[in-house]
Ligand binder design. Structure first.
Ligand code: TRP
Length: 451
C-alpha cells in the first residue's frame, strides 16, 4: 500500500515492464482494427506498408518517448517541463488524448464482455451474417444494456490501476499477456487448418497493389501510432517508471516486435477463417462482432473457440485501457499530489460519463452529429486519433530533435555512454526529418479533411 503515499512506485522487473508496455500496445487496435484494415486495404499490401512505416517512424517515436520518460522520471507534463518549462502543455495534449480514447475504448470493451457472456450462453449459433449483423446492431443500439457493460469494463480497469504500478498493472499484465498469446496461438491453428483457409492465406501473403493509394498510407500511419500506444504520453509514462540501468533501445525494438506479432497473428486468426467460410473480408469494423461469431458457429467446437477468442480480446483490451487511464492518473499523482486511489476513482467515473454519449451514439443519439457529419463516437475517435495523436507526436519529434537536442537524448539512450546504440545515426535522421515530415503530412491531411 506504500504507493498510495507519495512515492511514485516503479516496475518490479524488466519483464514486468515489457509485458505491461506490450500489453498497452496490444489491444483492440491489433485484434479488432488490424484484421479489418487488412481486409479493407488489400491484405499483404497493407501489411507491407504498415511494416515500412513501423520501422521508419514507429520505432523512432517509441524510443524517443522512452527516452524523455525515463530521463525525467515523470509523466508527460513533468517530462517536458523538466527539459523545457514552456513545453509542458505538449505533454497535456497527450494525456488528454489518451484519456479521451479511454472513454470510448471502454464502450467497445463492454461489447467484448457482452460477447463472452453470449458465447457462454450459446449465442454463436447462427451462421447467417445478416442475422448476426442484426443481433449486433440491436445490442449496441439499445440505450441501457451496453452502458452496463461499459460500466463493468471501466470498473475492471479501475480496480487494476488502483493496485498501482507493481501490484496492479505489472501483476495483471504478467498473467494476462502470456495467456493471451497462448489463446491466440490456439485460435490461429484452428483457423488456418479450416478447409478453404488457403485463399485467405494467399490474400494475407501476396500483395494486391491495386488497392494501394494515399488512403492506405494514412490508415497505416494512424494504425502504427494507435497500435503502439504512441503520441499519447502512455509510453512516456511507462518509461518514467524504468530504472536508469535499463537499455531503452532493446525495449524500443521488443515492444513493436511483440505488437506486430500480435497484430499479424490476429489477422491470421480472423481472415483465413472469414475466407474459408465465404464471408466478406472487407466487412469493416463489424468483422469482429458480426463475421467472426458466424465463423465460430460454423467451426467444430466453435463456441469453445469463440469464447476463448473473446476472452483473449478482453485481456488485450484491459491491458490497454489500464495504460490509457494510468497516463492521467500519473499526471494527477505527480503534479497535483493526489492520492492514487482518489485519482483513479474520480478519473474513472468522469471517463465513464464522457463515454455515455459515445455508447448512445450507436443508437438513437447517432443522428446527432458533431465533427463533419460524424456522430459523437466517431467524432471523439477522429479528434483523438487523427488530430491529437499526430499533433502530439509531431511536437514530440520537434521537441526532441531541436529543443532537447539529439545529443542529450542519445546520452539518455546509452545510459550516459555506457551501453551502445547501434542505430543512433538512423534514429537522428528519422527524428529530425522523416518522423516530423511524415507525421506533419498526415496531420495536415486530417485537418484538411475537415473542410
Ligand atoms: N495500443 C492500444 C491498441 O492497440 C490502444 C492504446 C492503449 C493506445 N494506449 C494507447 C492508443 C495510447 C494510443 C495511445 O488497442
Amino acid at each position: 500500500m506504500s504507493e498510495f503515499k507519495n512515492e511514485r512506485g516503479s516496475w518490479g522487473s524488466r519483464i514486468g515492464f515489457l509485458l505491461a508496455a506490450a500489453g498497452s500496445a496490444i489491444g483492440l487496435g491489433n485484434v479488432w482494427k488490424f484484421p479489418y484494415l487488412c481486409g479493407e486495404y488489400g491484405g499483404a499490401a497493407f501489411i507491407v506498408t504498415y511494416i515500412i512505416i513501423l520501422v521508419l517512424v514507429g520505432f523512432t517515436i517509441m524510443l524517443t518517448e522512452l527516452m524523455i520518460g525515463r530521463h525525467s522520471q515523470k509523466g508527460p507534463v513533468g517530462a517536458y517541463r523538466a527539459i523545457k518549462e514552456r513545453w509542458a502543455w505538449v505533454g497535456a495534449i497527450g494525456i488528454l488524448a489518451s484519456y479521451l480514447i479511454l472513454t470510448y475504448y471502454s464502450v467497445i470493451g463492454g461489447w467484448i464482455i457482452k460477447y463472452i457472456v453470449s458465447g457462454i450462453t450459446g449465442n454463436f449459433n447462427t451462421t447467417d451474417v445478416d442475422a448476426l449483423g442484426g443481433i449486433f446492431a440491436t445490442f449496441i443500439g439499445q440505450p441501457f444494456e451496453p452502458l452496463v457493460y461499459h460500466a463493468i469494463f471501466m470498473i475492471l480497469t479501475l480496480v487494476i490501476v488502483m493496485g498501482g504500478i507493481q501490484g496492479g498493472i505489472e501483476k495483471a499484465s504478467k498473467i494476462m499477456m502470456p495467456a493471451l498469446f497462448v489463446i491466440l496461438f490456439i485460435v490461429v491453428i484452428r483457423a488456418v487448418t479450416l478447409p478453404g483457409a488457403s485463399i485467405g492465406l494467399e490474400y494475407m501473403l501476396k500483395p494486391d497493389w491495386s488497392k494501394f493509394g494515399l488512403d492506405v498510407v494514412v490508415a497505416a500511419l494512424v494504425q502504427v501510432f494507435f497500435s503502439l500506444s504512441l503520441g499519447m504520453g502512455v509510453i512516456i509514462t511507462y518509461g518514467s517508471y524504468l530504472g536508469k540501468d535499463e537499455k531503452l533501445t532493446t525495449s524500443a525494438v521488443q515492444i513493436p516486435l511483440m505488437d506486430s506479432a500480435a497484430a499479424l497473428l490476429s489477422a491470421f486468426a480472423v481472415l483465413p477463417a472469414v475466407f474459408a467460410l465465404g464471408y466478406n473480408p472487407s466487412a469493416g469494423p463489424g468483422l469482429l462482432f458480426i463475421t467472426l461469431p458466424g465463423v465460430f458457429a460454423k467451426m467444430p467446437m466453435g463456441s469453445l473457440f469463440g469464447v476463448l477468442f473473446f476472452i483473449f480480446v478482453l485481456f488485450a483490451a484491459l491491458t490497454s485501457s489500464i495504460s490509457l487511464l494510468e497516463a492521467a492518473v500519473t499526471y494527477f499523482v505527480d503534479e497535483h499530489k493526489w492520492q492514487r486511489k482518489k485519482a483513479v476513482i474520480i478519473l474513472g467515473l468522469v471517463a465513464f460519463l464522457i463515454g455515455v454519449p459515445s455508447s448512445l451514439a450507436n443508437g438513437a443519439f447517432g443522428d446527432v452529429t458533431f465533427i463533419n457529419g460524424m456522430n459523437f463516437f466517431d467524432s471523439m475517435s477522429f479528434f483523438a486519433e487523427n488530430i491529437l495523436l499526430p499533433l502530439s507526436a509531431f511536437l514530440l519529434s520537434i521537441f526532441v530533435a531541436w529543443v532537447w537536442g539529439t545529443e542529450n537524448a542519445i546520452k539518455e539512450a546509452t545510459n550516459n555512454g555506457t551501453v551502445n546504440f547501434g542505430f543512433s545515426k538512423v534514429w537522428i535522421i528519422s527524428i529530425k526529418y522523416i518522423a516530423p515530415i511524415g507525421i506533419g503530412f498526415i496531420l495536415l491531411q486530417s485537418i484538411m479533411s475537415l473542410f
